[in-house]
Write a new protein. Sequence first.
Length: 155
Amino acid sequence: MVTRRELMACASVATLAATVASPTIGATAVKRLTIPVTLFKNPGSVCCDDYAAYLGQYGFSVTVKESDRLATISAEAGIPPRLQGCHTAFIDGYVIDGHVPIEAIDKLLSDGPRLRGLTVPGMPPGSPGMPGDKQGPLTVYAVDREGHSHLYMKL
């Protein structure tokens, strides 16, 4: 007879094994499972909810908070106004502003650079969480601790 405890232990191991074996998941994804995300968005923004679901698909545990102070939250996190996206997330000590793809977030978390975070300004069509067709490479900017920005990657 298998006990409930043994069954739960087997289920946990099977879930972890499936997670590690997934093509979108590797060592970084195992880390994602332990990182809480807080995402601030304007009330009623559907694309922000879709972006939170996108992060959830990659193993993050996302808490969504609505706020009428989104521009202030982004600015206080060090994102210059010209680079602000439509939501602001906090992940493992970094700010992720806008529709930043998982590839850029994974690179940030694995490299661990001294940055404030990453941003995709505005609401580019076809970016994660946004409807429409992608209009070319998506430009992701890095913002350093001094508030300077530079190209981080194009996807």
